[in-house]
Ligand binder design. Structure first.
Ligand SMILES: [Zn+2]
Length: 242
C-alpha cells in the first residue's frame, strides 16, 4: 500500500465528515483564485457587507461542505480571511496559526481539504506588521526563553529569513514576512506528497499572498508552477494586484 493511500485512510478516520465527501467545489483552480481576488476587491472598495446566513443555508451545510479555496493565514485578529475575501459559511477552508507556521496538524488539515474536499486552490497569506514574524526577527540566539510554546513558534519561523538581513523596521519586516510566505509554500510541497501530487496534476493551484492592513488589499503571487523548482513561490516578485 502506498504512503498516499495510507494517509488517505488515516485522515478519513480523523475527520468524521468523510462519508459526506465526494462532490468538489464548482470552481476550477484558476476560477477559485479569481473569486478570491474579486471578493477582496469588493472588500477594498468598502462595498462588502456581512453575508446573510439563513437557517436553510445552515441546514444545507449539515449535508457536507464544498469550500472553493483553502487559506492558510496568521491568527492575527485583523486578518480574518472570510471577511477579507467577502465569503460566507462553507466557502473557505481556513487554517490559522501565528505566522502561518507549519506543523503536522496544519499540514494534515490542508491535505484533508485538498484531497478529500477537492478544494482546487490554496493561498498562503502573510500580512503587514505580523507580530509573529517580528518576534522571530527580534529573538536573537541566547535570548531569554518566552516559554516552550512561543519558543517553538519562533524557532519554526526563523529559518525563513536566516540568510537575509533582517530588522524590525517596516521595510525589513515586510521582506521577512514575504520570505516567510515563500518558505511556507515551499515547505508545504516539500513535506506533503499529497499536496505535491495534486499540484503536479493540476488539481490544486497554490499562491502566496500579502495582506495590507490599511488598504485591505491582498497582493497575490503568480500561482506556483508545478516544477521541481518551486523557489518562485514568493509574492515578493509579483506585487501587482491581480
Ligand atoms: Zn501575524
Amino acid at each position: 500500500m502506498s504512503k498516499i493511500v495510507r494517509t488517505t485512510i488515516l485522515t478519513c478516520t480523523v475527520f468524521a465528515a468523510c462519508a459526506t465527501l465526494g462532490r468538489a467545489s464548482d470552481e476550477t483552480p484558476a476560477s477559485a483564485l479569481d473569486r478570491l481576488r474579486t471578493g477582496n476587491a469588493t472588500f477594498v472598495a468598502n462595498a462588502s457587507q456581512a453575508l446573510p446566513v439563513t437557517a436553510d443555508q445552515r441546514q444545507a451545510l449539515t449535508k457536507g461542505q464544498h469550500p472553493f479555496a483553502i487559506v492558510l493565514s496568521c491568527a492575527d485578529s485583523r486578518v480574518p480571511p472570510e471577511v477579507i475575501f467577502h465569503t460566507g459559511l462553507g466557502e473557505l477552508f481556513v487554517v490559522r496559526v501565528a505566522g502561518e507556521a507549519l506543523d503536522k496538524s496544519v499540514l494534515a488539515s490542508i491535505e484533508y481539504a485538498a484531497e478529500h474536499l477537492h478544494v482546487p486552490a490554496l493561498v498562503v497569506m502573510g500580512h503587514e506588521s505580523c507580530g509573529a514574524v517580528k518576534a522571530a526577527i527580534e529573538t536573537k540566539p541566547g535570548a531569554a526563553s518566552m516559554g516552550p510554546n512561543l519558543d517553538y513558534l519562533v524557532k519554526n519561523i526563523k529559518p525563513a529569513f536566516a540568510r537575509m538581513r533582517t530588522a524590525a523596521d517596516a521595510e525589513h519586516l515586510r521582506d521577512a514576512i514575504l520570505a516567510n510566505v515563500e518558505q511556507v509554500v515551499n515547505d508545504l510541497l516539500a513535506r506533503s506528497e499529497i499536496l505535491t501530487h495534486l499540484h503536479a496534476t493540476g488539481k490544486l493551484q497554490i499562491a502566496g499572498a500579502y495582506y495590507e492592513l490599511e488598504s485591505g488589499r491582498v497582493r497575490f503571487s503568480e500561482p506556483v508552477q508545478p516544477t521541481p523548482d518551486v523557489s518562485h513561490a514568493s509574492p515578493s516578485a509579483q506585487h501587482q494586484q491581480r
